[in-house]
Design a protein around this ligand. Structure first.
Ligand SMILES: Nc1ncnc2c1ncn2[C@@H]1O[C@H](COP(=O)(O)OP(=O)(O)OP(=O)(O)O)[C@@H](O)[C@H]1O
Ligand SMILES: O=P(O)(O)OC[C@H]1O[C@H](OP(=O)(O)OP(=O)(O)O)[C@H](O)[C@@H]1O
Ligand SMILES: [Mg+2]
Length: 286
């Protein structure tokens, strides 16, 4: 019987929706794990396991799951046998030190002799030893930002995204310990069949993510601008140029990166481009 790759995703929480969405965009179809903790994919040799994110590194080390999607922060904290295969670009956040707003914090030396509440003791320990700071770590599993306000700790190290949780708890962010995003991790001991399935999945994720960061662009341009426009829009190889019915004009098709998009559009307009259409790409294989 051919093997199935076991993919662990978070059962509920910040990573759940986008992890499931990504797998589905990769053409893997399965039922969501609202009550069931395991789902079989209909059209890919895979089983999806819905787990607590903190447990996923251990399940992979123990070969209960083959691959999984977790935050880079959890990957670093757990120090389990597994490898980082791919950064996925969602659940972007940072792990930061925060102290009460009223404190005069000048440098990390402020933390000397203080008590830091966190759910990430291993990462904080590394941060303290790197900065030569002797501080006490108080591990708590949630609602970390409340700790200084109730006299449990002097500072916290927790996840920050918009900063609104810190603000509402009277804290200010003073140092970034690490940046994090969702990552795909895998067991270091996959057999050849499962390795091939992982490679196929990585190929699909890359196609999905490349498509998200690029747009398909169509425009009309006078023929004497085509050379200059090609310099602005190199495309995947070079732009497609097709004659319009109107003499002296062509239609150009190309792919542009989301990051370069707005600056390229203004250059294209200066070069005489008209009727510019920008269309999302569903999958992109480079
Ligand atoms: N505010 C945020 N913005 C962006 N990413 C976040 C945010 N909060 C958490 N994350 C990322 O999502 C991951 C999961 O966060 P979540 O709060 O769902 O975890 P949890 O409470 O530990 O869930 P579980 O019940 O599965 O253990 C975090 O480890 C982090 O990588
Ligand atoms: O900077 P912000 O945008 O405010 O985000 C940071 C908060 O988000 C996460 O908690 P979450 O909202 O997932 O709730 P939780 O405490 O139940 O994990 C994290 O633990 C922080 O508390
Ligand atoms: Mg958790």
């Amino acid at each position: 019987m051919s093997q199935k790759i076991r993919i662990a995703v978070q059962k509920s929480g910040r990573l759940q929706e986008q992890s499931v969405k990504l797998l589905k965009e990769c053409g893997i179809s399965f039922g969501n794990g609202s009550s069931k903790l395991k789902a079989e994919a209909d059209n890919f040799p895979a089983e999806i396991l819905f787990l607590r994110d903190d447990d996923i590194p251990e399940y992979i080390e123990d070969n209960v799951a083959d691959i999984g999607i977790i935050g880079e922060n959890v990957f670093l904290e757990k120090q389990k046998e597994s490898e980082l295969v791919l950064r996925l670009g969602f659940a972007k956040c940072r792990l930061s030190i925060a102290v009460p707003k009223s404190e005069e914090y000048q440098s990390s030396n402020w933390l000397n002799g203080k008590k830091i509440a966190t759910s990430y003791p291993v990462i904080v320990e590394n941060y303290l030893s790197k900065n030569n700071i002797a501080a006490e770590i108080h591990e708590i599993s949630g609602s970390v930002e409340i700790a200084p306000g109730i006299g449990l700790a002097d500072a916290v190290c927790d996840i920050v995204s918009t900063g609104s949780t810190l603000l509402t708890n009277g804290l200010k962010e003073v140092d970034t310990v690490m940046k994090s995003e969702a990552i795909l991790i895998a067991s270091k001991s996959l057999n050849p069949e499962k390795s091939a399935l992982l490679n196929e999945l990585v190929f699909r994720v890359n196609a999905v993510n490349a498509a998200k960061s690029n747009k398909y662009l169509l425009l009309n341009a006078p023929n004497d601008s085509i050379e200059a426009i090609t310099q602005v829009l190199p495309g995947m190889k070079s732009p497609t140029v097709m004659p319009l019915k109107e003499k002296g004009w062509s239609s150009l098709h190309s792919v542009v990166n989301e990051n370069d998009f707005w600056s390229q559009i203004s250059q294209l307009k200066e070069l005489g481009a008209q009727g510019i259409l920008v269309i999302p790409i569903e999958k992109m294989i480079v």
